[in-house]
Design a protein around this ligand. Structure first.
Ligand code: GTP
Ligand code: MG
Length: 193
């Protein structure tokens, strides 16, 4: 899809604020600083539509980006952000959970995991929660440019093993720097639209 229009429609904190134009929504989940906002910018080839930061905890609201008036990317606050207060983390957790459990417009979930490391406890909990609610995500291993080819292979195996993925489960290595995985991700998106 050639992106000719991309706009932030709302930074929502509650259900009443979700867009009501009934377009399909594609959701980005992952730990704080894993690269969710950068992922959106890379896919749509805009440097800074979604605000990014080297400091974790940048995205604190559910940001709805309308793409070509065809679908939304929903950029979520990161989970596992240690510096946020417990109350804040619980608030974001509830907000994300409520969205995922109730939102019928959500047609695809990308769960982003840092390919350089073993998936964290939070990554595993999130993944299991999604599976439990029959919301199986496509896994994205981010920041792959920071790994050598050999270590990229190892990363795929490490993630597959710790999430107990089947051969048929989707796992895409991604890099905002080299654009690795970008076409594959767009293919996933086209398949659900
Ligand atoms: P929160 O909004 O805090 O939840 O973080 P986020 O998941 O949206 O992460 P964000 O996109 O803001 O990226 C965090 C940092 O990682 C930034 O400094 C990005 O430049 C960097 N980053 C993201 N993707 C990549 C990548 O593919 N390669 C490299 N080398 N750096 C990346
Ligand atoms: Mg972000």
């Amino acid at each position: 899809m050639k992106v000719t229009k991309a706009e932030i429609v709302i930074s929502a904190v509650a259900e009443a604020q979700y867009p009501d134009d009934n377009l399909p929504e594609i959701v980005l989940l992952g730990r704080s600083n894993v690269g969710k906002s950068t992922f959106v910018n890379t896919l749509i080839e805009r440097r800074s539509l979604a605000r990014t930061s080297s400091q974790p905890g940048k995205t604190q609201t559910m940001n709805f980006y309308r793409i070509n008036d065809v679908f939304y990317f929903v950029d979520m606050p990161g989970y596992g952000y240690a510096k946020a207060s417990k109350t804040e983390r619980e608030k974001w957790g509830k907000m994300i959970e409520k969205y995922l459990r109730n939102r019928e417009n959500a047609v695809l979930i990308f769960q982003l995991i840092d390919s350089r490391h073993e998936p964290s406890e939070d990554d595993l909990l999130m993944y299991e929660w999604l599976i439990y609610y029959d919301l199986k995500p496509v896994i994205i291993g981010t920041k792959a440019d920071k790994l050598s080819k050999t270590n990229q292979k190892k990363a795929v195996n490490r993630i597959a093993k710790s999430l107990n993925l089947k051969k048929s489960d989707e796992l895409i290595l991604f890099s905002a720097e080299t654009k690795l995985g970008k076409d594959e991700v767009w293919e996933c998106i086209h398949n659900v639209l």
